[in-house]
Design a protein around this ligand. Structure first.
Ligand SMILES: *Cc1c(COP(=O)(O)O)cnc(C)c1O
Length: 410
């Protein structure tokens, strides 16, 4: 990259240096194993292979057919589904395609509200998944838990075709089995979106809703620790052909075979013992982070976590998402300033979302996460306009440098 792309290469190296000096607490964050990065960078970037294994519109696809079929077979076996599609370019796009495949225009969708922790691609007004359909949402109870009774009441009244749920900022396990029962009571389909927790699901640390859902999707990143830009789509056999068509050619062009190769490798890696140990540590570390934040005097949204995700509740403060991001960022910490539902008497609706996956991959243990929780509490305690505390920033940098990205992912 000396003559062409040198300027971009310098920026890439600078980004890598910044990453190594900072603490990555992004809930979606992880570090992709080297084998997948290498798979995404080889000659298959040139391959044209429109269609599906055994059903291509061009010749010379024997090997890529085997690669994609392995990815499909592994996806079905790891998550226990009748059918799988591995081509979607992101989980947002998978959700768009799934809803088009299983719903007709004008039909009704019941979803977990995005402000309560659901995802924008579950039919929110500003997303294309709300087009041509009626959408209503259920949220949280007074103690910030997913409101199953509210969901049941709404389902009976609204009679949806599909119930979709999945968490993007709700740190608790979703009771997908209870949602299955509700769907059965009203004759609706259940669509489970496990984008954040799929890694935990794969190793049995979270209930696996795939076998009893009509359709399910997950991104390849987040706790699955794969590269960004990918999704797995699972379904009962009867929906498989419609979902395949809705992804390609309904929404995307021919699947990039280098990405499909990486997915096949990923679905093998996540069955190895090291991945199960990693996920156990991720969950333990999430709980340790909660303890550190509590020791620093902070409340947690929903009272704690069942997953890799930790959300500190700042509804009783002067913080705003827009002041939280630079306050943490300037101290070398990346996470997300978010809004959560405001209850009666709350001053505010601000919260800050952390995740334990990335720093667990960098080798941080429970004691380290507890220390981080206390340090984050010190930053929050200074208030929105206090600027940078160089002492805290230095401590954060030392912790980051003591936990380098390991060589098997770098
Ligand atoms: C992150 C997320 C998505 C979108 O994933 P992308 O692959 O980034 O498009 C979808 N659903 C849920 C629940 C998510 O958390």
């Amino acid at each position: 990259m000396a003559e062409i792309g040198g300027d971009i290469d310098r920026l890439i190296q600078a980004d890598r240096d910044r990453e190594s000096r900072s603490i990555n607490m992004i809930a979606s964050g992880s570090y992709c194993p080297l084998a997948m990065r290498q798979a995404e960078g080889q000659h298959l970037v040139n391959k044209n292979a429109s269609g599906w294994p055994g059903r291509r519109t061009m010749a010379n696809c024997q090997e890529v057919d085997q690669i994609e079929q392995l990815a499909i077979d592994r996806a079905k076996s790891v998550f226990g589904s009748q059918a799988a599609n591995v081509q979607a370019l992101s989980s947002t796009l998978a959700n768009v395609a799934v809803l088009r495949a299983i719903m007709k225009p004008g039909e009704r969708l019941l979803s977990f509200d995005d402000r309560a922790g659901g995802h924008i691609s579950h039919g929110t007004a500003r997303h294309i998944t709300s087009a041509e359909r009626e959408v209503r949402s259920f949220g949280l109870t007074g103690d910030d838990r997913l409101d199953l009774e509210g969901a049941r009441r709404l389902a009976k009244e609204f009679q949806p075709k599909v119930i979709v749920a999945g968490a993007t900022s709700y740190p608790r396990a979703i009771d997908f089995r209870a949602l299955r029962e509700i769907a059965d009571e009203v004759g609706a389909l259940l669509f489970s979106d496990i984008a954040h927790v799929a890694g935990l699901v794969a190793v049995g640390l979270h209930d696996n809703p795939v076998p009893y859902s009509d359709v399910a999707t997950t991104s390849t990143q987040k706790t699955l620790c794969g590269p960004r830009s990918g999704a797995f789509t699972f379904s009962r056999s009867e929906f498989a052909a419609a979902i395949d068509e809705a992804i390609y050619p309904g929404l995307q062009g021919p699947a990039p075979m280098q990405l499909i190769a990486a997915r096949a490798i990923q679905l093998d890696l996540i069955t190895k013992p090291y991945f199960a140990s990693l996920m156990q540590a991720v969950v333990a570390n999430g709980k340790a982070l909660c303890e550190g934040l509590r020791e620093a005097g902070y409340d947690l949204f929903t009272g704690g976590t069942d997953t890799h995700m930790v959300v500190v509740d700042l509804r009783d403060s002067d913080w705003e998402p827009a002041t939280l991001v630079p306050a943490f960022g300037d101290h070398g910490i990346t996470g997300n300033g978010i809004r959560v539902p405001r209850r009666a008497g709350d001053r505010n609706d601000a919260a800050y979302r952390f995740g334990s996956t990335a720093m667990t991959i960098r080798g941080m243990d429970e004691a380290g996460f507890r220390t981080l929780g206390r340090l984050f509490g010190r930053i929050l305690g200074r208030g929105p306009n206090a600027g940078v505390d160089m002492g805290i920033a230095r401590e954060i940098e030392m912790l980051a440098l003591a936990h380098p990205v390991p060589s098997y992912v770098d």
